[in-house]
Design a protein around this ligand. Sequence first.
Ligand code: HMG
Length: 383
Amino acid sequence: MNVGIDKISFFVPPYYVDMTDLALAREVDPNKFHIGIGQDKMAVNKKTQDIVTFAANAAKNILADEDKEQIDMVIVGTESGIDESKASAVVLHRLIGIQPFARAFEMKEACYAGTAALQYAVAHIKSHPKSKVLVVASDIAKYGLASGGEPTQGAGAVAMLVSADPRILQLNDDSVALTQDIYDFWRPVGHDYPMVDGQLSNETYIQAFQKIWEEYQSRHKKTIADFDALAFHIPYTKMGKKALLAALEDESPEEQERILAKYEASIVYSRQVGNLYTGSLYLGLISLLENGQLNAGEQIGLFSYGSGTVAEFFSGKLVEGYQQQLLADIHQKQLVERKRLSIAEYEAMFNDVLDADIDSNYEDSLLYSIASISNTVRTYKEK
Ligand code: HMG
């Protein structure tokens, strides 16, 4: 049975910081951010926008009424949960009007959780071919003002509808996963920002890709030549490229150029947004599909990485007519219409944190946003 991604869309908050502005404010050469890190803009959100509002705004782009009747599972992959107990997927399920006889839950393992959710969805569809599963990867990446990780922040969500006979990407049954207990990036309970060993995280990412890629090639007897493009988890756009370059060392210049050109297509959106954590690989996939000039039948390899660490390499085949399912106009309009914040506005927005213990009402122009807090419960504005 063919199972995979039938529809896919992303949402990012309507504010950004230009990386030249940030570099100048932090007394850093702007080329370090634009070239060294590979980021041009960084998404920033107001306190009235959280992982639920990102998820609902992304999901509304792809769900028809018929889908809402057929979906029997909603999974949110996140490391920015808003409750230690109740899953954001339960709130999302109601907000977007999914039929009641469904499962809804959250998955966690740093940036890998979106992939865990996708693979769980695929397994479910294989045993229930008439079902559809809504998978959303939604996060806020915040490291702190003037911190080492600041230029690699971001925010947003990617929503995917997973089904049998998908109309975009049919997933191959070839995953190779790798788990290693390493403290490269983690966020202890109660901490607002992650603890991060930046250089160790870079090294672990590259080493995980090398290990997994070697194992994948040996298990499946495949090489780079079997892929038309590779997409990576993109904490910042230079990161995937570093891992890719290491794997391409022994390839011919033509082969390197072919794969690197597609890598560039996969980072167009992330350069303008930053790290979405769980959503980053899938934002890269959308960018590749919408900017990569790929043909039906072509093979895409996907490398998912979550600190801590769990990584996975898997692949999919593009379906005939996949272009008709893409939402490039909506995505590009969303990016273009964002407001550029001054550094003072960004810092004020960054520090203006929602306090769940203070009852308040809020105004926000987004389709889905937080409307009020009452007795620690977030009420969401719906359309
Ligand atoms: P840093 O110490 O600020 O930067 O940390 P650096 O000194 O390593 O420089 C970065 C690059 O800029 C270097 O290039 C410099 O040479 C270059 P490289 O050697 O790496 O190719 N550079 C310049 N280039 C041009 N012109 C200049 C210039 N100056 C310097 N003038 C770091 C950077 C990414 C480590 C930091 O921002 C950080 O800690 N970020 C957060 C951690 C992270 O994103 N890690 C990535 C792998 S872990 C992961 O992907 C998981 C994650 O998504 C979380 C999860 O799973 O939940 C993060």
